[in-house]
Design a protein around this ligand. Structure first.
Ligand code: ZN
Length: 50
């Protein structure tokens, strides 16, 4: 099973990007564009129903 992919959004510049979220290896999440660490993880949408 592959790692889950999430969409992240930078609260500073609004840049959205896809990325893996590994709970046991929480690296610093920073915007690849502006390097801000104000990143918000967006809901997975249709990927998985609860
Ligand atoms: Zn940014």
């Amino acid at each position: 099973m592959a790692a889950k992919e999430f969409t992240f959004r930078c609260l500073k510049c609004g840049h959205e990007y896809q990325g893996m979220y590994d709970a046991k290896n929480v690296t610093e999440r920073s915007c690849p564009k502006c390097r801000s660490n104000s990143i918000r993880r967006l809901p997975a949408g249709k990927a998985a129903k609860k």
